[in-house]
Design a protein around this ligand. Structure first.
Ligand code: HEC
Length: 192
Protein backbone atom coordinates (compact mmCIF):
# COMPACT_ATOMS: atom_id res chain seq x y z
CA UNK A 1 0.00 0.00 0.00
CA UNK A 2 1.52 3.44 -0.88
CA UNK A 3 0.82 6.62 1.06
CA UNK A 4 -0.83 8.53 -1.76
CA UNK A 5 -3.55 5.92 -2.08
CA UNK A 6 -4.64 6.36 1.51
CA UNK A 7 -6.79 9.56 1.33
CA UNK A 8 -8.68 8.17 -1.67
CA UNK A 9 -9.44 4.94 0.14
CA UNK A 10 -10.46 6.80 3.26
CA UNK A 11 -12.83 9.06 1.26
CA UNK A 12 -14.35 6.03 -0.37
CA UNK A 13 -14.91 4.46 3.04
CA UNK A 14 -16.68 7.55 4.39
CA UNK A 15 -18.86 7.90 1.29
CA UNK A 16 -19.82 4.24 1.54
CA UNK A 17 -20.63 4.63 5.25
CA UNK A 18 -22.77 7.76 4.71
CA UNK A 19 -24.56 6.10 1.84
CA UNK A 20 -25.22 3.08 4.07
CA UNK A 21 -26.74 5.29 6.79
CA UNK A 22 -28.79 7.28 4.26
CA UNK A 23 -30.07 4.13 2.64
CA UNK A 24 -30.98 2.59 5.99
CA UNK A 25 -32.82 5.78 7.05
CA UNK A 26 -34.48 6.68 3.79
CA UNK A 27 -34.86 4.03 1.15
CA UNK A 28 -34.59 1.14 3.63
CA UNK A 29 -37.73 2.12 5.51
CA UNK A 30 -39.80 1.97 2.35
CA UNK A 31 -37.99 -0.95 0.80
CA UNK A 32 -39.31 -3.55 3.30
CA UNK A 33 -41.51 -6.43 2.16
CA UNK A 34 -45.18 -5.41 2.57
CA UNK A 35 -47.18 -7.51 5.09
CA UNK A 36 -49.47 -8.84 2.31
CA UNK A 37 -46.42 -10.34 0.63
CA UNK A 38 -45.02 -11.81 3.86
CA UNK A 39 -48.43 -13.42 4.60
CA UNK A 40 -48.58 -14.77 1.04
CA UNK A 41 -45.09 -16.30 1.41
CA UNK A 42 -46.01 -17.90 4.75
CA UNK A 43 -49.23 -19.26 3.26
CA UNK A 44 -47.36 -20.65 0.24
CA UNK A 45 -45.07 -22.64 2.57
CA UNK A 46 -48.02 -23.95 4.63
CA UNK A 47 -49.93 -24.98 1.48
CA UNK A 48 -46.86 -26.57 -0.16
CA UNK A 49 -46.01 -28.57 3.00
CA UNK A 50 -49.61 -29.77 3.35
CA UNK A 51 -49.86 -30.84 -0.30
CA UNK A 52 -46.45 -32.56 -0.18
CA UNK A 53 -47.35 -34.44 3.01
CA UNK A 54 -50.77 -35.44 1.57
CA UNK A 55 -49.26 -36.67 -1.68
CA UNK A 56 -45.78 -37.99 -0.85
CA UNK A 57 -46.50 -39.43 2.60
CA UNK A 58 -50.22 -40.15 3.08
CA UNK A 59 -51.24 -41.02 -0.47
CA UNK A 60 -48.03 -42.95 -1.24
CA UNK A 61 -47.88 -45.01 1.98
CA UNK A 62 -51.64 -45.50 2.39
CA UNK A 63 -53.04 -45.85 -1.14
CA UNK A 64 -50.06 -46.91 -3.27
CA UNK A 65 -47.71 -48.92 -1.00
CA UNK A 66 -50.53 -49.85 1.41
CA UNK A 67 -48.21 -50.02 4.44
CA UNK A 68 -49.89 -47.62 6.88
CA UNK A 69 -53.16 -45.69 7.16
CA UNK A 70 -53.74 -42.02 7.99
CA UNK A 71 -56.18 -41.82 10.87
CA UNK A 72 -57.50 -39.23 13.29
CA UNK A 73 -56.48 -41.53 16.20
CA UNK A 74 -52.97 -41.88 14.76
CA UNK A 75 -51.27 -42.43 18.14
CA UNK A 76 -53.60 -45.19 19.36
CA UNK A 77 -53.75 -46.86 15.93
CA UNK A 78 -50.05 -46.38 15.11
CA UNK A 79 -51.00 -44.60 11.89
CA UNK A 80 -50.14 -41.36 10.15
CA UNK A 81 -51.70 -38.06 11.27
CA UNK A 82 -54.18 -36.49 8.82
CA UNK A 83 -52.82 -33.49 6.86
CA UNK A 84 -55.02 -31.11 8.92
CA UNK A 85 -53.59 -32.57 12.15
CA UNK A 86 -50.02 -32.16 10.80
CA UNK A 87 -50.81 -28.52 10.03
CA UNK A 88 -52.12 -27.91 13.56
CA UNK A 89 -49.15 -29.61 15.25
CA UNK A 90 -46.78 -27.49 13.15
CA UNK A 91 -48.77 -24.34 13.96
CA UNK A 92 -48.55 -25.09 17.70
CA UNK A 93 -44.77 -25.40 17.48
CA UNK A 94 -44.43 -22.26 15.34
CA UNK A 95 -46.57 -20.28 17.84
CA UNK A 96 -43.96 -20.99 20.55
CA UNK A 97 -41.48 -18.83 18.65
CA UNK A 98 -43.64 -15.89 19.79
CA UNK A 99 -43.95 -14.46 16.30
CA UNK A 100 -46.68 -15.11 13.80
CA UNK A 101 -49.57 -17.60 14.08
CA UNK A 102 -51.53 -19.65 11.62
CA UNK A 103 -54.47 -22.08 11.72
CA UNK A 104 -56.83 -24.11 9.54
CA UNK A 105 -60.44 -23.26 10.44
CA UNK A 106 -63.96 -23.78 9.14
CA UNK A 107 -67.54 -22.81 9.92
CA UNK A 108 -68.33 -26.52 9.30
CA UNK A 109 -65.49 -27.94 11.39
CA UNK A 110 -65.23 -31.63 12.27
CA UNK A 111 -63.01 -30.67 15.21
CA UNK A 112 -64.85 -27.91 17.12
CA UNK A 113 -61.46 -26.39 18.11
CA UNK A 114 -61.22 -25.37 14.42
CA UNK A 115 -64.41 -23.26 14.48
CA UNK A 116 -64.07 -19.46 13.97
CA UNK A 117 -63.43 -17.67 17.27
CA UNK A 118 -63.27 -14.00 16.30
CA UNK A 119 -65.36 -11.59 14.20
CA UNK A 120 -62.52 -11.47 11.69
CA UNK A 121 -62.56 -15.27 11.27
CA UNK A 122 -66.37 -15.40 10.92
CA UNK A 123 -66.42 -12.53 8.39
CA UNK A 124 -63.43 -13.91 6.51
CA UNK A 125 -64.83 -17.44 6.17
CA UNK A 126 -68.12 -16.02 4.84
CA UNK A 127 -66.22 -13.79 2.38
CA UNK A 128 -63.98 -16.53 0.93
CA UNK A 129 -66.94 -18.93 0.67
CA UNK A 130 -68.51 -16.38 -1.72
CA UNK A 131 -65.28 -15.48 -3.56
CA UNK A 132 -62.89 -18.45 -3.52
CA UNK A 133 -60.21 -16.57 -5.49
CA UNK A 134 -59.94 -13.74 -2.99
CA UNK A 135 -57.91 -13.36 0.20
CA UNK A 136 -59.72 -11.65 3.11
CA UNK A 137 -57.45 -9.20 4.98
CA UNK A 138 -57.71 -6.86 7.93
CA UNK A 139 -55.67 -5.27 10.72
CA UNK A 140 -56.94 -6.47 14.10
CA UNK A 141 -56.09 -5.85 17.74
CA UNK A 142 -55.72 -9.04 19.77
CA UNK A 143 -54.69 -8.88 23.44
CA UNK A 144 -53.46 -5.29 23.07
CA UNK A 145 -51.26 -6.13 20.04
CA UNK A 146 -51.88 -5.25 16.42
CA UNK A 147 -51.88 -8.05 13.86
CA UNK A 148 -52.06 -8.06 10.09
CA UNK A 149 -54.57 -10.83 9.34
CA UNK A 150 -55.06 -12.75 6.09
CA UNK A 151 -57.58 -15.54 5.51
CA UNK A 152 -57.04 -17.81 2.48
CA UNK A 153 -59.78 -20.10 1.12
CA UNK A 154 -59.26 -23.85 1.66
CA UNK A 155 -60.74 -25.64 -1.32
CA UNK A 156 -61.85 -29.25 -1.85
CA UNK A 157 -59.17 -30.02 -4.43
CA UNK A 158 -59.80 -33.78 -4.49
CA UNK A 159 -62.68 -36.24 -4.04
CA UNK A 160 -60.92 -37.49 -0.89
CA UNK A 161 -61.60 -34.13 0.85
CA UNK A 162 -65.29 -34.31 -0.06
CA UNK A 163 -65.96 -37.97 0.77
CA UNK A 164 -64.08 -37.99 4.08
CA UNK A 165 -65.74 -34.80 5.38
CA UNK A 166 -69.25 -35.66 4.11
CA UNK A 167 -68.98 -39.14 5.64
CA UNK A 168 -67.50 -38.09 8.99
CA UNK A 169 -69.85 -38.49 11.96
CA UNK A 170 -68.71 -35.17 13.49
CA UNK A 171 -69.03 -33.14 10.29
CA UNK A 172 -71.90 -30.61 10.53
CA UNK A 173 -72.07 -30.41 6.73
CA UNK A 174 -72.56 -33.43 4.45
CA UNK A 175 -73.04 -31.84 1.02
CA UNK A 176 -69.52 -30.68 0.08
CA UNK A 177 -68.73 -30.94 -3.64
CA UNK A 178 -65.42 -30.85 -5.52
CA UNK A 179 -63.99 -27.27 -5.61
CA UNK A 180 -66.20 -26.03 -2.76
CA UNK A 181 -64.56 -23.80 -0.17
CA UNK A 182 -64.39 -26.01 2.94
CA UNK A 183 -62.73 -23.52 5.27
CA UNK A 184 -59.75 -21.21 5.41
CA UNK A 185 -56.13 -20.78 6.49
CA UNK A 186 -55.59 -17.79 8.78
CA UNK A 187 -52.16 -16.15 8.91
CA UNK A 188 -51.65 -13.55 11.68
CA UNK A 189 -48.50 -11.39 11.55
CA UNK A 190 -47.64 -9.15 14.52
CA UNK A 191 -47.18 -5.55 13.34
CA UNK A 192 -45.08 -4.31 16.29
C1 HEC B 1 -59.47 -39.09 5.74
C2 HEC B 1 -60.34 -38.01 6.07
C3 HEC B 1 -60.04 -36.60 5.63
C4 HEC B 1 -59.58 -36.16 4.42
C5 HEC B 1 -59.19 -36.99 3.21
C6 HEC B 1 -59.53 -34.72 4.50
N1 HEC B 1 -59.92 -34.29 5.72
FE1 HEC B 1 -60.05 -32.38 6.31
N2 HEC B 1 -60.27 -33.01 8.22
C7 HEC B 1 -60.52 -34.33 8.60
C8 HEC B 1 -60.62 -34.37 10.03
C9 HEC B 1 -60.89 -35.64 10.88
C10 HEC B 1 -60.43 -33.06 10.50
C11 HEC B 1 -60.37 -32.58 11.93
C12 HEC B 1 -58.98 -32.93 12.45
C13 HEC B 1 -58.48 -32.03 13.50
O1 HEC B 1 -58.16 -30.89 13.20
O2 HEC B 1 -58.39 -32.48 14.64
C14 HEC B 1 -60.22 -32.21 9.31
C15 HEC B 1 -60.04 -30.84 9.32
C16 HEC B 1 -60.17 -30.05 8.23
C17 HEC B 1 -60.37 -28.61 8.26
C18 HEC B 1 -60.47 -27.75 9.52
C19 HEC B 1 -61.91 -27.72 9.99
C20 HEC B 1 -62.42 -29.02 10.55
O3 HEC B 1 -63.21 -29.66 9.83
O4 HEC B 1 -62.05 -29.41 11.69
C21 HEC B 1 -60.47 -28.21 6.96
C22 HEC B 1 -60.72 -26.79 6.47
C23 HEC B 1 -60.29 -29.38 6.13
N3 HEC B 1 -60.11 -30.47 6.93
C24 HEC B 1 -60.27 -29.35 4.75
C25 HEC B 1 -59.89 -30.46 4.00
C26 HEC B 1 -59.53 -30.41 2.59
C27 HEC B 1 -59.57 -29.17 1.71
C28 HEC B 1 -59.17 -31.68 2.24
C29 HEC B 1 -58.63 -32.17 0.92
C30 HEC B 1 -57.45 -31.49 0.40
C31 HEC B 1 -59.34 -32.53 3.43
N4 HEC B 1 -59.78 -31.75 4.45
C32 HEC B 1 -59.13 -33.89 3.45
C33 HEC B 1 -60.63 -35.40 7.78
C34 HEC B 1 -60.23 -35.41 6.45
Amino acid sequence: MNDRAMPWRWTCGVVALLCGVACARGGGANAGVPPEKVADFVHAVIAADRATYAEEVVHRLQDVEKVVRATEQFREEKGLPLPSQMLRMGAQRAAKSGGFRYALISAWAINKANMPRTDFETRGLAAVAQAPDAVYRSTEEVGGKRYFMSLYPDVAVSEACVSCHNGHAESPRKDFKLNDVMGGVVVALPLE
